[in-house]
Design a protein around this ligand. Structure first.
Ligand code: NAG
Ligand code: NAG
Ligand code: NAG
Ligand code: NAG
Ligand code: NAG
Length: 230
């Protein structure tokens, strides 16, 4: 069942890809490869996440990275911080990783379907529970995407979230995508595994008291002035 769904997704995405035209003003290159924001210290692949033991290698600076294959797989790595206007010492840090399959939709959007083995660590010094790890399994919709060729920086990927809000532009880090194997990389036992994951990873602690979603976190960032946050 899963394989059949996967095969369908791959075929659907390849045929949709065939309709995309590449020119220098729009979609200057195919989306396949690895894309990284800012100083490009956040890069998908083995240098960021170890899903088997639910750990991260913390990058030097915050940022986001997306990788796509021409055969319909994606991986995302995010390291973000968010301030708190009333309590500047209460900075929240989120490290997030997920991978799965993606489709190009007929209306120009892209949907990311995670395998279910994604996870994230939240560090929130002012919260009752200051650090925890939880499963991250959100399907993400990007309303549109564009690749421009910047005269100095080369191709840049612009992804727009479900509500049209842009993500920070991402540079073309490598043509060959830097990705972990494109299959589930840890066993996730139950449909709502956040609490069991959390208990294993952070012994003697309660289940997560917060849920963080990519879009929600960016919305906080937008309020605070996005440039600071990535
Ligand atoms: C987790 O796995 C990675 C990759 O195998 C390894 O380098 C790292 O030391 C492990 N960390 C822990 C805490 O086990
Ligand atoms: C900001 O910090 C205060 C405590 O100083 C807390 O009550 C509030 O929930 C925090 N806001 C956010 C968005 O984290
Ligand atoms: C575009 O298509 C996707 C997938 O079918 C759908 O989830 C999304 O709501 C659509 N967006 C708009 C603006 O119609
Ligand atoms: C999941 O568990 C099964 C049975 O214990 C094992 O064969 C398989 O390798 C595990 N998969 C991963 C991704 O760890
Ligand atoms: C991940 O989300 C999908 C879609 O909502 C769901 O079908 C799947 O069971 C979830 N996987 C896990 C491990 O929770």
């Amino acid at each position: 069942m899963f394989l059949r769904t996967l095969a369908f997704l791959v075929i659907a995405s390849v045929s949709a890809l065939a309709q995309i035209t590449y020119d220098s003003a729009h979609n200057a290159t195919p989306i396949g490869g690895t894309w990284c924001s800012g100083s490009q210290n956040v890069v998908t692949g083995s240098g960021f996440a170890n899903p088997a033991n639910l750990t991260f290698v913390y990058p030097k600076t915050t940022g986001i990275s997306f990788s796509f294959t021409e055969t319909g797989f994606y991986e995302v790595a995010r390291y973000r911080m968010s301030g708190n206007g009333s309590s500047p010492q209460c900075i929240i840090a989120v490290v997030n990783w997920a991978h799965g399959t993606f489709t190009y939709n007929l209306n120009g959007s892209i949907t990311l379907y995670p395998f279910g083995d994604g996870y994230q660590q939240i560090q929130s010094p002012c919260a009752a529970k200051s650090s925890f790890i939880e499963t991250y399994n959100d399907t993400e919709l990007y309303q549109s995407w564009q690749i421009f060729r910047d005269p100095t920086d080369g191709p840049k990927l612009h992804l727009f979230q479900f509500d049209g809000a842009p993500l920070p532009p991402m540079f073309y880090n490598s043509e060959t995508p830097s990705m972990l194997p494109t299959r589930p990389l840890r066993n996730v036992s139950s449909p709502s595994p956040s609490s069991s994951v959390s208990k294993r990873a952070v012994p003697n602690s309660a289940p997560p008291i917060q849920r963080w979603e990519a879009a929600g976190f960016i919305a906080v960032g937008a309020l605070l002035g996005g440039a600071l946050l990535i």
